[in-house]
Design a binder for this molecule. Structure first.
Ligand code: PLP
Length: 400
């Protein structure tokens, strides 16, 4: 009998973390590798946030906190939801966890019974299907094509819903595509959901502040208020506030759901670090001018990367509305052969030969449920991006 639970055989380790680690290992071994696999901003955490954490340590805020977060942080989260999203959540409707990732995990563990279906538009963030599987639910993957900028179409959502559907997971702006739903597009999704009162919405808004070209971010409960009592609005400080290592995520939702999620957390991590919570209070209540500054730096990088990738033979790259990823198609490279005779049959082959041949690490579309594509994270400097895209162009040009 294996010591490993059968449940684990349903899931795989995070492929994006695997690529990032492989690039790190190759670099450590002295190879010239550019990693475009990581999903985190390259900017440092702002000083006012770091100082709040240091002050918390000095004050002795180093003990256990409430499971669902300190009252100060929950108040800051409630104020954020009101100010930025027009959503009214009371303190008992808010939970804080060890990153958005744990909040999502708590939600799925708290709600899924075996056989419950979770509708997940593809391409998706790698953790959604695997977390649903770990919680013994059934992911129902709905492919969303590049022609629709990878966005879920209302008729495809309608067709995916059954009487076993428990959740729809939405992520806008999206990891891995950067696509974001406009108000009208979100309303159209909301209209379908209004016809199916048993379906809950888990909206992952973690890239909310990273949007371009004057795009206005919207979240489902804001544009379809009728959904408020069956929506979990998930967010966090990792991406907007450059705080990936601090591990703070949060969500607002109906009281019974939040209570159930807190129950899961009370028997796992208890809560995220008291010091990180103090830092997150400073982030949410503090100055926000750097958010727009960072977004405009990301926007310039997006334009650079989209422009250069569209000049590469066999690639086509749409221009996304947000996040710091692009998701080009490599359909035109499939069937090609590298100068040393390796065939490219899949996007897995494309990324692995690109890493071997030119030392550029990107993530294969297969990991995100839509092929043949690959994900580029442009959360790195302009010089590095120029060099990486030039290498991708060279790799594509050399294919036979
Ligand atoms: C779409 C999406 N949701 C949630 C997360 C989780 O972020 P964290 O756990 O750092 O809050 C990530 C991180 O990569 C993400 O890309």
């Amino acid at each position: 009998m294996s010591v490993i639970a059968e449940r684990l055989s349903r899931i795989k380790p995070s492929p994006t973390i695997a690529v990032t680690q492989k690039a790190r290992d190759l670099k450590a071994a002295g190879q010239d590798v550019i990693g475009l696999g990581a999903g985190e901003p390259d900017f440092d955490t702002p000083d006012n946030i770091k100082e709040a954490a240091i002050a918390a340590i000095k004050r002795g805020d180093t003990k256990y906190t409430a499971v669902d977060g300190t009252p100060e942080l929950k108040a800051a989260v409630a104020a954020k939801f009101k100010r930025e999203n027009g959503l009214d959540y009371g303190p008992e409707q808010i939970t804080v966890g060890t990153g958005g990732k744990q909040v999502l995990y708590n939600a799925l563990m708290a709600t899924l019974d075996p056989g419950d279906e979770v509708v997940i538009p593809a391409p998706y963030w790698v953790s959604y299907p695997d977390m649903a599987l770990l919680a013994e639910g059934e992911p129902v993957i709905v492919p969303c094509s590049q022609n629709n900028l990878f966005k879920l179409q209302p008729e495809d959502l309608e067709a995916a819903i059954t009487d076993k559907t428990k959740w729809l997971i939405l992520n806008s702006p999206s990891n891995p595509t950067g696509s974001a739903y406009s108000r009208d597009e979100m309303r159209a999704i909301g209209e379908v959901l209004e016809r199916h009162p048993h379906v809950w919405v888990l909206t992952d808004d973690i890239y909310e502040h990273i949007v371009y070209d004057g795009f206005t971010f919207v979240t489902p409960a804001q544009v379809a208020p009728g959904l408020m009592d069956r929506t979990l609005t998930l967010n966090g400080v990792s991406k907007a506030y450059c705080m990936t290592g601090w591990r703070v995520g949060y969500a607002g939702g109906p009281v019974d759901l939040i209570k159930a999620m807190n129950k899961v957390q009370s028997q796992s991590t208890t809560h995220t670090s008291s010091i990180s919570q103090a830092a997150a209070v400073a982030a949410l209540n503090g100055p926000t001018d750097f958010l727009a500054r960072n977004a405009s730096i990301f926007e310039e990088r997006r334009d650079l990367v989209v422009g250069m990738l569209n000049q590469a033979k066999g690639l086509s790259c749409p221009t996304p509305e947000g996040a710091f990823y692009v998701y080009p198609s490599c359909a035109g490279a499939i069937g090609g052969t590298t100068p040393d005779g390796k065939t490219i049959a899949t996007d897995d082959d494309f990324v692995s030969h690109l890493l071997d041949g030119e030392g550029v690490a990107v993530v294969q579309g297969a990991a995100f449920g839509l092929s043949p594509h690959f994900r580029v994270s442009y959360a790195t400097s302009t010089e590095v991006l120029e060099e990486a895209c030039a290498r991708i162009q060279r790799f594509c040009a050399a294919l036979n």
